[in-house]
Design a protein around this ligand. Structure first.
Ligand code: FAD
Length: 458
């Protein structure tokens, strides 16, 4: 787990650190050109302020720093056409699920009023509700015109140091890691136990309110101490006792945490000089001295890369509706090029080894369902983050990982029936999450060079 030799294979993935670094160097220009160069991928619509934390109330943990604030787009004219409420309203279409071949052909031949089908032979699709599809690993962002969403430029609100911390942030991380406490022993293995959580959350999608109530009471009951006792918030989590799926859950969260740390250390505010820049000490304390966190970050890169690569089979069915067919074709071409540049086989990450023993009749709720419900809860916990900027990126990245997991575990490779189109917010979150992890790997590379340089000069 802790090996960090360039040639070593990242545990639970199939690629070495150095090959992932090489892929990142080769692919990051494609990814950046999407996240920074297209309206489709550089704006996000989400409910940033109107959702209350379903688990606790703690006004004191809100971050009042200027760096914690998010600039939202208030004026309609600042909002790119593609994201406009008017546009979303106009492009009212069916839900983005499984338009069968026949339906797609009919709609191409005879587009509905207001669709963009005229020029591009495609229809624009908007999601209306934030109810989970049963295959979702996240509580989806509702981008419909009627939702109380905010438009945010992801380029103008970079993820970096905000000063958010203390008990508020710690409480959120604890609650997130506590989701890793699967209560059901698998195949005779010991579980990290937080009794009752997984079974209580089993029916989240159908009984959301009740499940949230239950989780709230469980969190209250067990509190911070329990997370510490169970090792939920501890790098020293003993992987040997864990089945692959639990380990993957932990690694995704820890890798996301590591990526956030990499960003805040790399773009840090020196409060004495007022200058922004890399903070080597911050990197050493949060990442360099914890090789397992770095390993988890690389693991996440492999996982998300594999998911983006799998889009090669789906992107042709996806509709990019900006109102400008030329721009749409360009964006689609860029995503296709990126997906096709990723090695197609399981040489980076092999998701087929997960959830093999997925028979619910043996244990009630299946491991996969348990995993999915837990990840949804992580996405709910993001509403408890007391810093707007951190909440924005926390939500984008949780949605990005949720989408990656959905692509890996719910979408078939070529099976038409299993070919749902992703929501726009999911696709945007996925590509931006890949961008964030890639940026973290680059930042770590820079930090390593700084360490080598300082070692060489002493
Ligand atoms: P924390 O990072 O809060 O970690 C708490 C404990 O978790 C550590 O003591 C350690 O035991 C364990 N831990 C730490 N890292 C890992 C890991 N990778 N894997 C496993 N265990 C680990 N701050 C910003 O400046 N900018 C941001 O954009 C930002 N975004 C955030 C998003 C979210 C969702 C959250 C919850 C917080 C965010 N923060 C952000 C705050 C930041 O993550 C830290 O919480 C804060 O800087 C305080 O750091 P800390 O040293 O107390 O340790």
């Amino acid at each position: 787990v802790c090996s960090f030799e360039p040639g070593a294979i990242v545990t639970d993935a199939c690629a070495s650190y150095s090959s992932l670094d090489d892929l990142n160097a080769a692919l990051s220009p494609y990814v950046s050109s999407l996240t920074k160069g297209t309206d489709f991928f550089s704006y996000y619509r989400l409910n940033l302020y109107n959702k209350v934390c379903p688990f606790w109330t703690d006004e004191s943990s809100l971050c009042g720093n200027r760096a914690c604030a998010v600039n939202t787009l208030e004026n309609e004219e600042d909002i790119p056409q593609i994201w406009k409420a008017a546009e979303l309203g106009r492009l009212e279409g069916p839900k983005a699920h499984h338009p069968g071949k026949k339906q797609q052909r009919e709609r191409r031949e005879k587009p509905l009023l207001g669709e963009l089908g005229d020029d591009v032979g495609e229809s624009c699709v908007v999601e209306y509700d934030d109810e989970c599809d049963e295959r979702d690993y996240c509580v989806p962002e509702d981008e419909s015109a009627s939702a109380k969403g905010d438009y945010v430029s992801l380029v103008d609100n970079p993820e970096r140091f905000t000063g958010y911390g203390g008990q508020g942030a710690r409480q959120v991380w604890e609650a997130i890691y506590r989701e890793n406490c699967f209560s059901k022993p698998q195949s005779g293995q010991q579980s990290l136990s937080l009794p009752g959580v997984s079974s209580q959350l089993g029916a989240v999608s159908g009984r959301q309110g009740q499940a949230v109530q239950d989780l709230r009471s469980v969190i209250k009951e067990h509190g911070r101490q329990h997370a510490l006792e169970t090792g939920a918030l501890d790098d020293g989590l003993d992987f040997e006792d864990e089945c692959l799926e639990k380990r993957v859950f932990y690694r995704v969260i820890s890798g996301m945490h590591a990526s956030i740390s990499a960003h805040l250390c790399y773009d840090y505010l020196n409060q004495t000089t007022g200058q922004w820049g890399p903070n080597l000490q911050c990197y050493k304390e949060r990442l360099h001295d914890h090789p397992e966190r770095m390993s988890n970050l690389y693991f996440n890169y492999a996982l998300v890369l594999r998911a983006v690569g799998k889009l090669r089979n789906h992107v042709q069915d996806y509709t990019f509706c900006s109102g400008d067919p030329i721009e749409d074709r360009k964006t689609k071409g860029m995503v296709t090029k990126l997906a096709e540049a990723i090695p197609p086989g399981p040489e980076i990450f092999d998701e087929s080894v997960m959830f093999r023993d997925n028979d619910p009749s043996k244990s009630g709720i299946s491991l996969k369902e348990d995993f999915r419900n837990r990840f949804r809860n992580v996405s709910r916990i993001m509403d408890c983050v007391g810093c707007d900027k951190c909440r924005l990126w926390g939500k984008v990245q949780t949605a990005g990982f949720g989408t990656a997991l959905k692509v890996l575990f719910e979408l078939g490779d070529h099976d038409e029936a299993a070919k749902p189109l992703l929501r726009r917010t999911e696709l945007v979150a996925l590509i931006n999450t890949l961008d964030k992890i890639g940026h973290s790997l680059t930042a770590i590379g820079e930090f390593r060079k700084m360490i080598e340089a300082s070692d060489g000069s002493t």
